[in-house]
Design a protein. Structure first.
Length: 337
């Protein structure tokens, strides 16, 4: 499953290839409680068809009406909504929010082809747009970078800005992987067990038969990495946790009950981990949603990863479960409201 931005670009490329005029609309800046963050992307076709979102409300409707009434933007131009409280209310921007956009005509599909090809190879790439000339360039980006706009040049990122190592190729992992992909994670599944590693077929993921602790070392886990241990096998889960808990990974979780989590922590304490490092373990894994099925558990894990990524307090935890202290959101994270 592609990220939402890549879906927008893919559809824009298809429309352009069919001979339609297409415009891309990108959120540049927001003030107040604007509902979409900087970098959010929308593609608009010459007949008013649209994919993506910049506000989740009436702004899209206004952009569509402009095109249907003959507006044809010939070069990148700025559009601002919600300057007054009345206009903010009209366009569904709560609390007097203001939204600043750039609307640009799609002149070529070549740069989209580059982005789609490179992100398919799990690369993180940046697109720069010069508002004066309309020139577009595509180049490599690094984890930790964020969307930026300096008044003249827009720089937007595409590809997996985050990375998730899933240990175990069981049913829960198969459900979690595509959810994580939709959240902009590059997904790597690791399972050296022969009975599990012959059937992993989740598109656009990486599968490894390497021992998980060895793979964790190879990946050089950073502050944009998450690790979830889902095998229920201490020989695999505990080994990768020993590596992950010493790393800068922003989220580390393990499947198991509160009793199993307590016993796991006792085992980890026998190694060279400090109490603070062991305290980073999220267990039982996931937010308390009353989850029973693999799909529900996967949602609870993904929700907890997003909460930690965004620096939000974990209030939806089972009583008595391990709850690491909240940390400052990693660089590049967008805190929710």
């Amino acid at each position: 499953m592609d990220s939402l931005d890549l879906q927008v670009l893919s559809q824009a490329r298809a429309w352009f290839g069919e001979g339609h005029k297409v415009w891309l609309v990108t959120v540049l800046e927001t003030w107040g409680s604007a509902p979409r963050p900087p970098g959010a992307l929308l593609a608009l076709r010459d007949d008013g068809a649209v994919v993506g979102s910049v506000s989740g409300g009436c702004v899209e409707d206004d952009l569509i009406e402009r095109v249907r009434h003959g507006e044809r933007v010939g070069k990148p131009s700025l559009v601002t909504y919600g300057v007054t409280k009345e206009e903010a209310a009209r366009f569904g921007l709560p609390c007097g929010g203001t939204l600043r956009l750039v609307q640009e005509p799609l002149q070529s599909g070549d740069w989209i082809d580059q982005i789609l090809a490179r992100t398919a190879r799990h690369e993180l790439v940046a697109r720069t747009l010069d508002l004066d000339s309309g020139a577009v360039a595509v180049g490599a980006a690094a984890r930790g970078e964020a969307f930026s706009f300096d008044g003249r040049t827009l720089r937007a990122l595409f590809g997996p800005r985050w990375r998730l190592l899933i240990v175990g190729a069981g049913q829960l992992s198969r459900v979690l992987a595509p959810i994580a992909q939709a959240l902009d994670f590059e997904v790597i599944c690791c399972d050296p067990r022969e009975e599990y590693n012959i059937g992993w077929d989740i598109p656009n993921t990486i599968f490894s038969r390497t021992m998980p602790d060895d793979l964790a070392q190879e990946l050089k886990l950073d502050a944009h990495s998450a690790v979830v241990a889902l095998t229920h096998d201490p020989k695999l889960d505990d080994l990768v946790l020993l590596e992950a808990l010493k790393s800068p990974a922003f989220y580390i979780g393990a499947l198991g009950s509160r009793g199993n989590t307590a016993r796991r922590k006792q085992r980890l304490a026998e190694f060279d981990l400090t109490p603070a490092e062991i305290g980073r373990l999220h267990g039982p894994i996931g937010l308390h949603l009353g989850a029973k099925t693999p799909a529900e558990i996967a949602v609870s894990i993904a929700a907890e990863m997003v909460a930690v990524r965004n620096g939000v307090a974990l209030v939806q935890k089972k009583e008595g479960s391990a709850q690491p202290p909240s940390h400052e959101a990693p660089a590049g994270a967008v805190c929710g409201v």
